[in-house]
Structure formats: C-alpha cells, structure tokens
Design a binder for this molecule. Structure first.
Ligand SMILES: [Zn+2]
Length: 154
C-alpha cells in the first residue's frame, strides 16, 4: 500500500461510530461475520466495512468475541505489540504501544471483562477503530522500549 492509499484509508476510517441498539445488534454482527469470511483477517470492525456502528468481531483459534459498544475502563502495563497488522492496511506491519491488561465494558448489558496479552491487544486495536484511531497513531520505535516488554501480534 502506498503512502497516498494509506492516507486515504486513514481519513475514511476517522468517521464517528454510533451506538448499537438492541434491535440492530444481530444484523450488525451478521454483516461483520459475512465480510470476515471474505477477508484474510481475524479482526474486523464496523467502520472497516462502511458500517459506522460501535461493533467489531474477533475470531481467532481459542479466542472469539463480539464487541458491542465496548468501552475501555482501565489499561495497565505498557507493552509493544510487534508487527501489528490491520485488515484495512494490507501488508503493513508496525510496532504499537499497547496495554498488556485491559478491563472494558462490553455488550448491551455492559458486562465487565478483563483480558491480557494478545487478547487485550486485539481488543484495543478493535476499540481504537470504533474511536477513529488507527494503528499508525500508536506506532512506536522499538529502540525506545526496554527489552522484555514486547508481545507478538498475529
Ligand atoms: Zn485494524
């Protein structure tokens, strides 16, 4: 992806996402699942398919979650996510500053969930999209980080 395309994609992804209402929840998730099957990715968010709703899905072996109106409550322990990638920026991989442990509200019933490691990084990536933030906003030069605080993003 060249610099211009990256810039255009970034601008497109800055749109505001509205709250998912109960009556539209299943339709939104179904749309995301349909698109996910056509993409080579394990994480897809509403704005990436032109659906500006606060919804995302993650489908990984051993970790699967539907994010509906997710909201970060706490972020602990900074780490670097190595070679983070994004369905919207094919072939790009960058190192991002992330939290190693997060607690967030999820779903229409606002369930509190705590995750750490790769799962926490994936959810942060997804929630960022819903707030118009893309991975390039979190990029960091690895040389600036002490050894040991890294995690590999798949
Ligand atoms: Zn992404």
């Amino acid at each position: 992806m060249n610099a211009l395309n990256r810039k255009l994609a970034s601008i497109y992804l800055r749109g505001n996402c509205s709250t998912v209402e109960r009556r539209e929840e299943s339709e939104v998730i179904l749309n995301l699942l349909k698109f996910l099957q056509t993409q080579n990715t394990s994480l897809l968010t509403g704005p990436e398919i032109g659906l500006f709703k606060r919804a995302a899905i993650i489908r990984m072996p051993g970790f699967s979650i539907d994010l509906i109106n997710p909201k970060i409550v706490t972020v602990k322990n900074e780490i670097v996510s190595i070679n983070e990638s994004c369905a919207s920026f094919p072939k790009e991989e960058i190192n991002c500053l992330r939290g190693n442990e997060i607690t967030f509200q999820n779903g229409l019933d606002k369930e509190l969930i705590t995750l750490c490691g790769l799962e926490a990084v994936l959810v942060q990536h997804a929630i960022d999209h819903l707030n118009g933030v893309v991975m390039f906003d979190r990029s960091i030069k690895l040389e600036l980080i002490e050894k040991g605080n890294v995690i590999h993003y798949l």
